[in-house]
Design a protein around this ligand. Structure first.
Ligand SMILES: *Cc1c(COP(=O)(O)O)cnc(C)c1O
Length: 378
């Protein structure tokens, strides 16, 4: 491999799936989230493995991702979590994608399309119970909930639509038990009201990774496995139990393209933001911010060479960065052009997310840069 590449160990993904599955009561289904190129791990390969492992359903956020799955011969039920544009109704129907529906407008458009194609479009009703993002809005005030219940009941009369599930999404499952409980209560209330009026809802689900791990009462009929499937707890600063033995499935690697001896006082990179405080040996790496290493980590992050952490010095460039390998050489550890460097492993990615002020999800997504080739192990 040249440049920067991602190494994905599919057996670790399988391991994580089994660990999470073991937390579920018998009969609770497991949906595997593959959106955003499977969190940067590569959509098709990841989806194939998860299908083999026995995931009951796969989920994506864009209709185009669902189409890509079908083109790769994925047969599982595919749920599109995102709010699809009504113009995509034909694609949704043709590719047998189950679509999240959080408004009557989308439901009506899908119904018309289904009728004109002479097909059935499967949907999961999406509720907004407190995330304020998408879905039928459920007010805090119980007495004001009649309107939303009546709206959802109208879906029953739309021809060509088949309601196969209902779901919602937690806003703060890791941080606020009370808020999470209020979302569960709203979800239950709407579920029971609809069912008592004869609407069959099918598979009901609300828990993503955090709630899956922290709150068994939130599991309902199915859980949605996201970040935990890829081996991480959700939040960098979070208190989600890390002793589950989840195994991060991806490493980002790069190569050393040159090794240079530079005297004390030399300035490094754009803006001359680092000045060497000793005679140093600097390795230039084939990884920059176009390869998934954000520029905001300049002078902050490290990479690993020969399994030893080396500081990145100066600004990260678009295609390269410079790492200090002086200590390795001083300890008689050879550093050569062509050697591998690890840009992200579990330790480095957690550190990078913290220093960049973001979540691991976002750093993983950076590994989808078109420059990065994915290699699959096991
Ligand atoms: C992305 C997403 C998830 C996965 O969340 P994780 O925290 O990664 O487990 C689950 N549900 C919905 C609706 C999402 O958009």
């Amino acid at each position: 491999m040249t440049g920067t590449w991602a190494e994905v160990d599919l057996s670790k993904l399988e391991h994580n799936f089994k660990v999470l599955k073991a937390l579920l009561k018998p009969g609770v289904k497991a949906l595997a989230i593959c959106k955003a190129n499977a969190y940067g791990h590569g959509l098709a390969e990841v989806a194939k493995r998860l299908e083999q492992c026995g995931a009951d359903m796969l989920a994506i956020a864009r209709v185009s991702e669902g189409v890509e799955l079908r083109e790769n011969n994925i047969k599982s039920e595919i749920l599109c979590l995102g709010e699809a544009e009504p113009e995509l109704a034909a694609l949704i129907a043709d590719n047998n994608i189950t679509q999240a529906v959080g408004s009557l407008e989308l439901a009506e458009k899908l119904s018309q399309e289904a009728l004109s194609l002479n097909k059935i479009i499967n949907i999961h009703v999406k509720l907004d119970t407190g995330m304020s993002r998408i879905g039928f809005y459920v007010p805090d005030d119980v007495k004001a909930r009649g309107e939303v219940i009546n709206k959802i009941l109208k879906l029953k009369d739309l021809k060509g639509l088949n309601i196969k599930g209902m779901f919602s999404h937690f806003a703060n499952a890791e941080g606020d038990e009370n808020y999470t409980q209020s979302q569960i209560d709203k979800f239950k209330y709407v579920k029971e009201s609809l069912e008592s009026q004869g609407l069959k809802l099918g598979t009901c689900h609300i828990a993503a990774s955090d709630a899956l791990i922290l709150n068994q009462a939130s599991h309902f009929d199915m859980v949605r496995m996201g970040i935990a499937l890829y081996g991480y707890k959700s939040c960098v600063t979070g208190n989600v139990d890390s002793n589950l033995g989840l195994q991060p499935a991806m490493k980002l690697k790069s190569r050393i393209s040159s090794v240079r001896n530079l005297p004390k006082g030399t300035k490094i990179g754009y803006g001359c933001t680092h000045e060497l405080t000793r005679d140093s040996i600097i390795a230039v790496l084939q990884v920059g911010y176009a390869d998934g290493l954000p520029r905001i980590l300049s002078n902050k992050c490290s990479v690993k060479i020969n399994n030893i952490k080396c500081k990145v010095l100066g600004r990260i460039c678009m295609d390269m960065c410079m790492a200090d390998v002086t200590d390795l050489i001083n300890n008689n550890i050879n550093v050569n052009v062509g050697d591998e460097a690890v840009v992200y492993d579990e330790e480095l990615i957690v550190d990078a997310a913290r220093k960049a002020g973001t979540v691991i999800h976002e750093i993983l997504c950076l590994c989808s840069s078109p420059r990065i080739q994915h290699v699959y192990l096991n």
